[in-house]
Ligand binder design. Structure first.
Ligand SMILES: [Ca+2]
Ligand SMILES: [Ca+2]
Length: 131
């Protein structure tokens, strides 16, 4: 069968479409994902920029941290590189001592920017299974 340029183009377009639609989300976000290291990482700027902190456990007060500075009301991006299983999600709270409203960062997820209304707002976090 002779393949006309038009048919070849259509076939190429279909092939491209198939590639696009069958790419799993995990591959689409591969650059943002990292191997699990047991930590939740936060940054003061969007896109993992500026000062950074990481914790393997809960933190009830972002004003005081060991190994990094004051992160209270500064967090603009975050990544959950915790190990999957129990307590794999991270709940960010608007106030210290895990009080007030919260948002949940699922295990393995990366927020290039915080959810709407959450830029420079998080003041504490805990690990949970709430997402
Ligand atoms: Ca910030
Ligand atoms: Ca706050």
């Amino acid at each position: 069968m002779r393949i006309t340029p038009k048919k070849a183009l259509a076939a190429a377009a279909l092939s491209l479409l198939a590639t696009l639609t069958t790419t799993p989300p995990s591959q689409a976000t591969a650059p943002a994902r990292a191997l699990a290291d047991g930590y939740v990482h936060v940054w003061e700027h969007t896109g993992a920029g500026g000062a950074t902190c990481r914790w393997s456990g809960d933190d009830s007060d972002y004003r005081f941290n060991t190994g990094c500075g004051d992160m209270n009301d500064k967090v603009s991006s975050a990544r959950n590189s915790g190990y999957s299983g129990a307590y794999e999600d991270v709940l960010f709270y608007e106030n210290i001592d895990r009080r007030g409203s919260f948002v949940c960062l699922p295990n393995g997820a990366y927020w290039e920017s915080m959810p709407a209304g959450w830029n420079d707002r998080a003041s504490s976090h805990s690990w949970g299974s709430a997402c």
